[in-house]
Design a binder for this molecule. Structure first.
Ligand code: PMP
Length: 360
């Protein structure tokens, strides 16, 4: 076991056994005599890798047959543009629930293509909660509704997914995909950058209902059109082969561990250890409304910048890093994605207790 626990928000910790397997296969993948990094994406070995990765993801997430799984580049951020380019095309309007920096960025992209209606926002509360949504808040004529199911910077998450009826729900799941079972059929599009719960940066997963594909206009560049990826099995051009390979190993690891039900159980156990301590502590506080707390990203503060700095430095010396909160909110943040072992969270809480005792 490594002696550093990586609490970074992303790129983030990967399962050690996955990294070990990749190391074992680095020079010679399955007797091919080549590294996966060196192979043609059209060869039989890579075809096997991408097909198995997709099949395993479909199995883990129980993705219905009328959804395509696409492997795209450009990060989750490119989806902020691809989504309106592809599906904001009937009434040229969409609804947003603004829960932080990543929805704000998506809003500013969507505005380039049509009218954005922000139906609710938690900006006045520094994004420390998820607004309550009722069906009368939704526009009947929106082409889609955009949400971020987990807000990496603020540590908030939806515990109830809004019911948008016939209007497609688009969800940025970059920081909580694969953390618990979800009902894919509630969504029109799910997208996630890989570098938290999936694998290395470089690949973005898009899970899209088939009827939402093929509606981009003629002027939309091929690589921004979902149809291009759907028709070519994500191989219109060279895909991010190595990232897809590691993602495939992570999907195998999730299956071995018992799938998303097991992931959720472990994630809840880990988050409870941390939140229970924070709630009982006289030094540390969670800024987030209790019912909206994320299982993946746990921000906490002492309320004193100097003390926060001291905590971050001393924790790092103990191999607990990086715990600095996002530059826009300060304080601390522990990201405890699927691959964070429970020992890491226990070690963090032990250190927090020690620190509290020493800094009364
Ligand atoms: N959405 C969320 C929720 C994120 O956390 C991030 C990145 N941390 C992004 C979008 C942007 O992802 P990328 O850097 O892959 O474009």
């Amino acid at each position: 076991m490594r002696d550093v626990f990586n609490f970074g928000a992303g790129p983030a910790i990967l399962p050690e056994s996955v990294l070990q397997k990749a190391a074992d296969e680095m020079l010679n993948y399955k007797d091919s005599g080549m590294s996966v990094m060196e192979m043609s994406h059209r060869g039989k070995e890579f075809k096997g890798i991408i097909e198995k990765a997709e099949a395993d993801l479909r199995e883990i997430m129980d993705i219905p047959d009328n959804y395509k799984v696409l492997f795209v580049q450009g990060g989750a951020s490119l989806q902020f543009s691809m989504i309106p380019l592809n599906i904001m095309n009937k009434n040229k309007r969409c609804d947003f629930i603004n829960t932080g920096q990543w929805t704000k960025k998506a809003i500013s992209e969507a505005k380039k293509f049509g009218t954005v209606n922000i139906i609710a926002t938690s900006e006045n509360d520094n994004f420390t909660q998820i607004p309550d949504i009722t069906s009368d808040m939704l526009s009947k004529d929106a082409d889609y509704v955009h949400i971020a199911t987990n807000n990496t910077i603020y540590g908030t998450a939806y515990n109830n997914i809004p019911d948008t009826g016939d209007v497609p729900l688009v969800a940025d799941m970059s920081s909580n995909i694969l953390s618990a079972p979800i009902d894919v059929s509630k969504f029109g599009i799910i997208f996630a950058g890989a570098q938290k719960n999936i694998g290395p940066a470089g690949v973005t997963i898009v899970i899209i209902r088939e009827d939402l594909i093929g509606n981009a206009g003629d002027k939309v560049p091929a690589l921004l059109d979902y149809k291009t990826y759907a028709d070519a099995g994500s191989m219109y051009n060279t895909p991010p082969c190595y990232s897809i390979y590691i993602a495939g190993l992570v999907f195998e690891w999730i299956k071995e561990k018992g799938g998303l039900v097991a992931m959720e159980k472990l994630n809840k156990e880990k988050a409870d250890i941390l939140y229970d301590y924070i709630d009982s502590s006289k030094l540390f506080n969670s800024p987030v409304r209790k019912e909206d707390r994320s299982l993946m990203n746990v921000p906490f503060v002492t309320g004193n910048d100097e003390l926060d700095g001291k905590f971050i430095k001393q924790a790092s010396e103990k191999g607990l890093k990086p715990l600095k909160g996002h530059r826009t909110v300060g304080g601390m943040r522990a990201s405890i994605y699927n691959a964070m072992p429970i020992e890491g969270v226990k070690r963090l809480v032990e250190f927090m207790k020690e620190f509290e005792k020493d800094n009364k």
